[in-house]
Design a protein around this ligand. Sequence first.
Ligand code: NAD
Length: 427
Amino acid sequence: MKVSVVKETAPGERRVALVPEAVAKLRAAGLDILVESGAGDRAWHTDDSYAEAGAAIVSRADALAADVVLMVSRPDAAALSSFRSGQVVIGLLAPLADPDLTDALARSGVTELSMDMIPRTLPRAQPMDALSSQANIAGYKAALLGAAEYGRFFPLLITAAGTARPAKVLVLGTGVAGLQAIGTARRLGALVSAYDVRPETRTEAESVGATFIELTSVGPASGEGGYARALTEDERMAQQQELAGHIARHDVVITTAQVPGRRPPLLVTEDALKSMAAGSVIVDMGASALGGNVAGSVPGETVLTENGVTIIGASALPSSMAAASSAMYARNVSALLLYLVKDGELVLDRDDELQAGVIVTSGGSVVHPALAPPAAAGMPAASAGLQAPPDDQSTGDQSTQAEPGAAQTSPGTGEEGTARELPGAAG
Ligand code: NAD
């Protein structure tokens, strides 16, 4: 079976789906590995290094024609139109946020396996958890960006020229990225506080060195599958208001609440920004085209407010550390492939809970329960993750809604195997 790695085409994407180290392991499992020439260049892996590991270096057309095509981000239009029925495409394809891509793949008869749909709570899925591996890198880089932009020291420094007090860092959202941001800022010597709507994250935040902040105006908001539940409008406003007081007392704020395909929760309002001292820095990891965790943040850009607060719209951090993120992603993808391959062939079985979580399209249909038609699933479309995020903050600000992984455990997400037939679907 031919498994290929294509060169990424998304703007600014530097990662590559397999690194040379992973090639040998996959070849030992009986797979022929094809690598598009130049695929690893931006992650510092040459064609020669893949060839030495046993891969064949091929043209883009040959790579796109393989039985299994590996990628990081979504394929471009030309790649999409080249796919044929029976091929398997594996990547971070965000089917909840990008249902058009999923529909197109289903129509072509392509089997879509999306790395961001891995059921993260299954112990055997942990080596495949690309959301966590990439979030770890993003959290680390966010802390470094904050430190680099901040015009003072992170650690306490006592020198002949004076004493520098340690920076006060606040991390909002203590999931995978937030915990890594806390640990990194602590290692740089900052005093770190952290907050999350899920109070059970307190122990984890404290274990990596943060002081956990509890808000008195908002109660616990834990939802299904380890994610937060949606806040009510009143809770949201109370949260923003009370957080503003804490934000004003910090030098660097790192916000990490991201909701794939949904508008991230607004945690730092314009009023909160105005209360911050000149020279403060915010790194908004929630920055996206849908809006960010911070009022006025722009993905991929650094904005300076009138009162001297720098807001970094940190939207593509894993790609900015392409060597590390590619190595980890390659391990995630390899673990999934090795799990699925028997005697050199891919054997898919949607009766297996892990596979049911990751297989999005099959046999010309969309088959993932979270993308099943609302009527078939007996639930509102928004709960099935089919709707675009709203413009306001009223329904789209919490990570409980149609989260990858969480969809598996949400009530009413439809029966496993519920298929959405598409007009003109192949296969
Ligand atoms: P995420 O990136 O979706 O969100 C980051 C954090 O933001 C979450 O902790 C969430 O509670 C928080 N958040 C959301 N809305 C907020 C708000 N309005 N105010 C403050 N905080 C808010 O989350 P993630 O990093 O992908 O992780 C989500 C959960 O999944 C975590 O509990 C994590 O430990 C869990 N997880 C479990 C496993 C496993 O069991 N093996 C693996 C990976 C992740």
